[in-house]
Design a protein around this ligand. Structure first.
Ligand SMILES: Cc1cc2nc3c(=O)[nH]c(=O)nc-3n(C[C@H](O)[C@H](O)[C@H](O)COP(=O)(O)OP(=O)(O)OC[C@H]3O[C@@H](n4cnc5c(N)ncnc54)[C@H](O)[C@@H]3O)c2cc1C
Length: 586
């Protein structure tokens, strides 16, 4: 069969959700083409393995040198496997504040505010609380009504490392909100679920939740280990472009084949590779395409613009007096590791049944920076183009879109209803923090000498100095927390970047020298944003690419303004909504 109703590019997080929903109608045929393989490894399925990167199931793509991070290049973390990011991620399951999604509606996207999206969050997931004993012992609070009865299983496991009691409750007296597990009110400090199926104590992914249970559907086909090379367009007599299918090549083969879509080609290749594929197929900024020798079919400057990610500072503290059964000991104490692993295999309990982090702090700027009003004034007084990639000076729509985003961010920076900073609570001295509301904007462009090779990913981290101001304030705040009497029993000593870096400049310099500052929290997004065309959008609020027919995007590329959240819960909700939009227009 070469013609399907729908051809979906990418069988990652969003691709498999939409494949499932569209193939619910047995009369509709769906083809999913995924570059990665069907991988059944325990590196992914066992929650306790989620601490490190599952490199075998990821692309080996590195960014362009980041000027303000000492011209270092960084791994661009993207899953290359059936299940995509959901298969390799850190399993944190949380959402942004209501205001984060209302911002999408404010940017001109009808039907994308929090109240519109909430039903789709609920449709995608189901929550299992910890046992009563665990909840009591660790002081874990939760609200089950924040979740639905959907395919993706999320839970707070029964096993918790004992040090979580002290680490989590070290925040009890801090003057920030203390909501229950965070899905109803995601600003403050809370115990947060992981995408773990409690019944099996294994990772829940888009594959296990949305694909494996329906694999026998006759109208759904998955081609794994197969690369989509190009979108096929047809031009009619008046020059209108319609996406009619894709060219693809099984990996390891030289034989390219074609698959056609009667209704729609749906791009779900993720925040990095969807903009790449559009450009390779002739849709994107004219100068970028021409420089790479790609024939321009539709000029669309929004492709590869508005690229965003959270900026990370992976701090570390040397600590003492941890309980002997601690997370770090899984790597340092072979006997403890072995008994823990054996326990997991036998009873699916113990240290391997839990992910790396169960506590999250998402805080407003005023929670961690007493000088927040100055930051807001600085932001508002900036000449926007001084701190943006050159293309924004040449394109009034892109600039208008950014200025509108900046207004929204300035408002969020002034209020307490949306988070700007994040601190991950782990039961060890490793302390990841993130600036969740970057003003700098990156680009994704083509490799001019070989456009089909990996794209050029440029984050432009700290191009806007406000991003560094926020990071400096958050770093100081995190240091102060580690120095508080609540954590004194651990005698924490900062080892990365290190106490020798104290001034504002030194905090950034130290982060670069010690490699703790990173341009990404594994959340590349925004490179084909959903916004009106006069705000530099790439897809409409119906997720259709501007200027061509029958082509939609449903993955992290469409996020117009990155929410303060790890992205997977949002991606499941976007995909559920996308499926409804696509069904409706059929
Ligand atoms: C290491 C890591 C840790 C993370 N940690 C967390 C976390 O703890 N919590 C959280 O909420 N989020 C986390 N995330 C982010 C989250 O998982 C992603 O935002 C989400 O999975 C993105 O979904 P997507 O559908 O947009 O893209 P993906 O899930 O990446 O899917 C895209 C798919 O398209 C395929 N593809 C790309 N190009 C082609 C092509 N040309 N032909 C065929 N197939 C193609 C890819 O192989 C991939 O499978 C993490 C991500 C990573 C990578």
């Amino acid at each position: 069969q070469t013609t399907y109703d729908y051809v979906i590019v990418g069988g990652g997080t969003t691709g498999l959700v939409v494949a499932n929903r569209l193939s619910e109608d047995p009369k509709k045929t769906v083809l999913v083409i995924e570059n990665g393989i069907l991988n059944n490894g325990t590196q992914s399925s066992i929650p306790g393995n989620s601490g490190g990167l599952n490199l075998a199931a990821m692309y080996d793509i590195f960014s362009a040198p980041v000027q303000n991070l000492g011209n270092q290049t960084f791994l661009v973390t993207v899953g290359n496997v059936v299940g995509g990011g959901s298969y390799v991620n850190g399993m944190q399951f949380d959402r942004g504040a209501d205001a984060d999604y209302d911002a999408w509606a404010e940017l001109g996207n009808e039907g994308w505010g929090w109240s519109d999206l909430k039903p789709y969050f609920m449709k995608s997931n189901a929550f299992d609380p910890p046992s009563k004993e665990t909840a009591k012992e660790f002081g874990i609070t939760y609200e089950t009504d924040a979740y639905g009865q959907g395919p993706l299983k999320v839970s707070i496991p029964d096993y918790q490392f004992l040090d979580m009691k002290t680490m989590f409750h070290s925040w009890d007296r801090v003057n920030i909100p203390h909501p229950k597990e965070g899905f109803n009110e995601p600003v403050g400090v809370y115990w947060s679920p992981n995408s773990i199926n409690k019944a099996t104590a294994t990772r829940s992914t888009s594959r296990s939740a949305y694909y494996d249970p329906i694999v026998s559907r006759k109208n759904l086909k998955l081609l794994s280990n197969t690369h989509v090379d190009e979108i096929i367009f047809e031009k009619n007599r008046v020059g209108a472009l319609t996406a009619t299918g894709v060219k693809y090549t099984p990996n390891g083969s030289k034989k390219q084949a074609h698959a056609f879509a009667a209704k729609e080609v749906i791009l779900a290749a993720g925040g990095v590779f969807t903009p790449h594929l559009l450009m390779l197929s002739g849709v994107g900024p004219k100068d970028v395409l021409e420089a790479a020798g790609v024939a321009v079919k539709k000029e669309l400057p929004a492709v590869g613009s508005n690229f965003q990610d959270h900026i990370a500072n992976y701090m570390n503290f040397d600590i003492q007096n941890l309980n002997p059964e601690n997370q770090a000991a899984l790597n340092t104490d072979a006997a403890f590791n072995q008994t823990s692993y054996d326990e997991y295999l036998k009873t699916k309990t113990g240290p391997y049944s839990v992910g790396k982090a169960q506590g999250l702090v998402f805080i407003a700027l005023q929670h961690f920076d007493s000088g927040y009003k100055k930051v807001v004034s600085k932001l508002r007084s900036q000449v926007a183009t001084n701190f943006l990639p050159a293309r924004y000076s040449k394109d009034k729509n892109l600039l208008a879109g950014f200025v509108k985003q900046r207004e929204i961010l300035a408002h969020q920076f002034s209020e307490a209803d949306a988070a700007v900073g994040e601190i991950v609570i782990q039961p060890v001295g490793f302390s990841g923090i993130a600036n969740n509301k970057p003003l700098s904007r990156g680009t994704i462009t083509l490799n001019n000498t070989n456009p089909a090779a990996y794209p050029i990913v440029q984050w432009n981290t700290f191009q806007n100095p406000v991003d560094a101001d926020v990071m400096i304030a958050l770093t100081k705040y995190n240091r102060a927390h580690w120095a508080s009497k609540e954590l004194a029993q651990y005698k924490p000593v900062e080892t990365a970047p290190g106490p020798q870096y104290q001034s504002d400049e030194d905090i950034i310099r130290g982060g670069i020298e010690k490699g703790t500052l990173q341009p990404t929290f594994a959340h590349p997004s925004g490179g084909c944003s959903m916004m009106p065309e006069n705000l530099g959008g790439c897809v409409s609020d119906k997720l259709l690419v501007y200027g061509v027919n029958k082509l939609s995007v449903i993955d992290a590329s469409i996020i117009p303004l990155i929410p303060a959240a790890h992205l997977q819960a949002t991606m499941y909700a976007i995909a559920e909504k996308a499926a409804d939009l696509i069904k409706k227009r059929a």
